[in-house]
Structure formats: structure tokens, C-alpha cells
Design a protein around this ligand. Sequence first.
Ligand code: EPZ
Length: 420
Amino acid sequence: MDCMVLQGGRRLTGEVSISGAKNAALPILASILLGKGTSTLTNVPAVRDVLTMSKVLTHLGASVEARGDRYTITLPGVASCQAPYELVKTMRASVLALGPLLARWGEAIVALPGGCAIGARPINLHLAALEKMGAEIRIEHGNVHACVRGRLKSARINFDIPTVTGTENVMMAASLADGTTVLENAASEPEVSDLASFLIKRGARISGAGTDVITIDGVPELRGADHEIVPDRVETGTYLIAGAITGGEVRVVRCRPDHCDALLAKLQEAGVALKVEKEAIQVRAGGPLRAVDVKTLPYPGFPTDMQAQMMALMALARGSSVITETVFESRFLHVLELQRMGADIRIEGNHSVVTGVERLSGAPVMASDLRASACLILAGLAAEGETRVSRVYHLDRGYERLDAKLAGLGAQVRREAERV
Ligand code: EPZ
């Protein structure tokens, strides 16, 4: 296992280019299972979760040819309807194979994804919706076993919670169902919209993606298509905070500012100077940072995937901020590590009360999940002295070449094999 070693205190300056969104690439890759043919995807991020999903597709019968950010994928048919546990256990997003396999091939066996550091992460809403569409579902030996005779049937689905991958799974399944399916209280994240636009290019009939009501008229089959993955809004926010927390001046390019409204509003409220263009955002620290309250919500609210990174910034702001996590039940593991760096944070239920301090001090810290790792890297960039972030394999799941991109902005950062 590697660790990331940072020498803090350097102002980041320069330009950084954003990669494709991991959370758009994963459902789009899974949707390949919805039909035979060849699709070409570009702007695919070089992150470990994408490699894992590619392995799942290959195991199921697809051929995947990757050349840089360009993936050419052909599905002649499926060799198996079972996503193997040894792959699913490393990436819960493998559950996205469930809807497509079931809808197109009539059967799907996918290992039940376990919980993770940020919560139990159940998939009950996925399964209830598919059952309502006629699937027979049983859980045995740690697998979800779903099957349907003939086509899935359309249904009206109202999600208790606007689940992102639940919306994606059911939208994919409904694209081949018999009749019109309506998803209410659907997730409206940009990644859902990007999946929908890819499916529509392939012949699906979907309207309302990007809102909380999505209507899908099922079609008999889908063909291949070409698609460019939408830029990653979480990677965008991470580099904006890297510029702000180091008092630097960073230009983030090839991004979608229109997908970042809630974050940009909070950064400006905190005194961060932003210059927003069509596909770029310039950030510089506009004087002392002000503490602001943050509450995570489903899109278009403040993204839970930016909560930890915002906390790192608030740890150095003037005053106290209350950060409330409403999406996941235990997404404060980074607090304990920030406290090791001198942050003044008190957890009260699903609130963290952050009182800004003059400075953070570098320390050995441990990553627990993808976004907590990013938070600790950001804190390390601003802290005095050396910070060693261990277990950075979490980072590699969702950030493309993070160390190289940060070094390109002037950060003193290197990877090292973890000392045992
Ligand atoms: C997606 O996870 C993202 N992952 C997550 O990003 C992101 O944090 C999350 O959406 C929220 O925006 C991918 O897209 C691959 P949910 P997902 O279903 O779909 C509960 C990252 O760092 N729930 O929207 O798994 C659930 O427990 C990752 O890139 C049920 O109760 O999240 C949670 O409390 C982390 N039953 C809430 O809903 C269900 O059947 C939202 O979860 C499904 C979800």
C-alpha cells in the first residue's frame, strides 16, 4: 500500500484540467450490458473503479479496448449473468450491472454490496423497484439473484430517498421494459443526466432526467453509440478548495461550473474569490476565510461528496461553522484525522462544529474512504510541515493522477511505499 507525503505551506498556482466523472462513467459502462453492439466512450477517467467495472464487463462477455481516455466496448452477447463477488466486494457500484442484466438478459446474479466506511449503503430501494417491474428477487449465499420471464413491465416508482444508483439502475432497466415507467423522487444529479443522454443516443426514450420525475418509454432494444463522459464536479470542487486553502491562484479548466452551483455559492460566502467562465473557474483566496454553515443534500443541494473537503477549508476559517451530513449516517471519519492535525472540531450527532484555527500542523494520518482521503490531502497542503496520508488506494479509486496534478500546481507531494 502506498502513502502520499506532502510538505505543506506552498501556495498553489497554475492550471489544472478536470477528468471525466467517475460517477458518470460507472453507470454508463454498466449500461453497455443493455444491448449488443459497439460503443465508444471518451473522457473516461483513469481511476481504479473504472478498471474494476471494465473487469466486470469483461467477465460478463464484453470486449473492452482502452486507449488513454478512449474506451471501445463491444458486447456480442453475455457469457454469464453473474457479477463475481471478488470484484463486487471492491466496488459497490457493481450493483449497477443488476438492472441492465435483468432487463436485457432476463437474469442477474450480483453479490450484495457490503457496507463501507460512510454507511450501511443498502440497496433495498433498487430491489423493491425491480420487483414492482416484475422481477423475482431472492437473496442467497450473499448474492442478489434476480430473474424475469420475458420483458420487465412498466411501473410507477416513487423512491423513499432520491437514490443516485437506484435511479440509474431502474432507469436502465425501464429503458427495455414493456410500457411507460415513471420514476418519482428520482435523483437529479448530473451523472444521472449523463447516463440518460447516452441511453437516448442508443435509442432509449427518456424524458425528465435531471429533474425528480423521469419518464421512460421502453423500447425493444438499444444499439451502440459514441459518448463523451461529463467532467467530474467533485474533482473540480477538490481543486478549487486546494487553491483556496493554500492562498494560491488556480485555474480549473475543462469543467462544468453549472454543475457546481451549491459549492460555488458556499465558497463565495466563505470569502473565496471566484471567476466563473463557461468551462473554467479561476479561484484565489480573497482575504481571510470566513466560517460558513454547510448542510449536505441531494443535488442540486451541497454535495455530500464535497463535505469532507469543505471541512478541511473551514478548519482554517475565522469563526465556527456547523457542517451537517444528511445523506450518509457516518461520513465524519475524517474528523478524527483532522483533529490529529490540530483542527478544532466537535461532532454532535450528524453535525460537526468546526472552529477555525490559525494553522494546522502536518502529521501522519490515515484515509478511510475516497473523499476523506481528499480532505486529508487538502489539509496537508495547508499544514505546517510534513503530512503522510496512508491508505491512498482509496484516492486512486476516484482521482486521476492526483499527485501529478497537484505537483503541476506547485505542491510538494510524492508517493511512497507505506512503511510497515
Ligand atoms: C452515489 O452513491 C455515489 N456513487 C456516491 O459517491 C454519492 O456519495 C452518493 O450517490 C450520494 O450522492 C456513485 O454514483 C457510484 P445513494 P449511491 O443511493 O447511489 C440510502 C463517491 O465518493 N439508500 O444516493 O450508493 C443510502 O444509504 C461516492 O464518489 C437506501 O437507504 O448513494 C444513503 O443514505 C460515495 N436504500 C442515501 O440513500 C437504497 O436502496 C443516498 O444513497 C439506496 C440508498
